[in-house]
Write a protein that binds this ligand. Structure first.
Ligand code: SF4
Ligand code: SF4
Length: 386
């Protein structure tokens, strides 16, 4: 495993890090965590809401007896996971609005994780000025976090955000205290936020690239990505995407959402091959730009699931993913056939025509995807029912 030093913390962080948002069940989660540690992965990011509330207890079992090999960072938010605020919801880790609520939330996570000391605690889901202002207000969320840090419950503070560069830099500049790490979305499908990465690197702040696989989209066997990977001499697009994100100048680590031990093996092997050559990175980016001719990069669903349940039963990330494939000529045919096959198998929730444009999902989407608009557009390309 390759490691990168974070000047602010002094940690040597593995170039592949472990996001606990995609756990499936207890046994596969524990096996994945243990395999990752065996491979040298040492950075774990977890939140109360991940895995339907199971991520913290599953991680706790995964690190049993191995605590000294893992940097554990937990988090919660004054926000609702999107741009807005909500009432205090400790199960999800959202709406943590006061210093006392923050303290209770931190202790709750530590208890579930079975640790008497965390390594870092993060201001999670700071996606808007409103959430940032709420978090740093006197007596608010961050006051509780700082007090807990000063009392030794953990050593460092981080911030996670889906905002773009200018807003991220503004948060860091306006913050009354210095954050040690910033977690932001960064992947080859949308390699924006380079200005924020540069800003952090200049100040010794660690940068965690979340969604290195575009929220799983680059790890899917979409025809359009497979072709491009082959052209670049890569084993898979997963390899290309992880090496692109982890190897980008200023990025400390690629935070990959891992479900199975095999993904840890694949990810570790990828980052161990080192950064892509400048030529391969440029060709990969150019290939992505070609895809962008057909798909607006701002419309890539990252499969985070924050939109929750659709009242019409639509499986929103799946429909949006298939729609993306339908838009790109080289993958359209296989996507069309895949939809027909899934429909024939009786799979529910895949018909975009069911969308009533209630927009309940849109208010919760951290990527501001105009879901109802895309559902309406998808209807035009969807295979017609027989
Ligand atoms: S806008 Fe459409 S997809 Fe979103 S929750 Fe409403 S019905 Fe479901
Ligand atoms: S639509 Fe938005 S909230 Fe829902 S899974 Fe996709 S990116 Fe996440």
């Amino acid at each position: 495993m390759k490691y990168q030093r974070v000047p602010k913390t002094g940690w040597d962080v593995s170039k592949l890090s472990f996001g606990c948002m995609r756990f499936k069940d207890h046994d596969t989660a524990v096996a994945a965590v243990r395999k990752a540690i065996e491979l040298g992965v040492n950075y774990f990011d977890v939140a109360p809401a991940y895995g339907g509330g199971n991520a913290e207890p599953f991680l706790a079992d995964g690190i049993k007896g191995l605590r000294d090999k893992a940097i554990i960072t937990a988090k919660s938010s004054p926000g609702n996971g999107g741009d807005g605020l909500c009432d205090c919801n400790p199960q999800a880790g959202f709406g943590i609005r006061t210093a006392d609520e923050a303290r209770r939330q931190i202790e709750r996570s530590m208890k579930i994780l079975g640790v008497d000391h965390l390594d870092m605690y993060q201001f999670w889901a700071c996606h808007s000025d409103a959430v940032f202002a709420e978090g740093v207000k006197p007596g608010g969320f961050m006051d509780g976090v700082l007090k807990a840090r000063d009392e030794g419950l953990f050593d460092y503070i981080g911030i996670t955000t889906h905002s773009e560069s200018d807003a991220i830099i503004r948060y860091l500049k306006e913050s009354p205290y210095e954050f040690d790490m910033v977690t932001l979305p960064f992947h080859v499908l949308a390699a924006t936020r380079t200005k924020a990465i540069e800003y952090c690197a200049e100040r010794g702040i660690g940068v965690v690239a979340m969604n290195p696989l575009g929220g799983g989209r680059l790890g899917r066997p979409a025809v359009v990505f497979q072709k491009l990977a082959r052209q670049l001499g890569l084993k898979s697009m997963t390899e290309g995407a992880l090496r692109f994100a982890a190897g980008f100048d200023g990025v400390t680590t690629a935070l990959n959402g891992i479900t199975f031990a095999e993904q840890a093996v694949e990810g570790a092997a990828a980052v161990d091959r080192g950064p892509l050559s400048a030529d391969a990175a440029a060709r990969l980016k150019a290939g992505m730009e070609e895809i962008h001719k057909f798909v607006n990069p701002a419309h890539f669903c990252t499969d985070c699931g924050y939109c929750g349940e659709c009242p019409e039963g639509l499986v929103i990330p799946t429909v949006l993913g298939l729609y993306t494939d339908l838009l790109v000529p080289s993958s359209a045919e296989s996507a069309y056939a895949a939809i027909q096959k899934r429909r024939a198998a009786g799979e529910a929730g895949l018909d975009p025509a069911a969308c009533t444009a209630c927009k309940m999902c849109e208010g919760k989407c951290p990527n501001h995807i105009p879901v109802s608009q895309l559902m309406a557009a998808a209807v035009e390309r969807w295979p017609k029912s027989e």
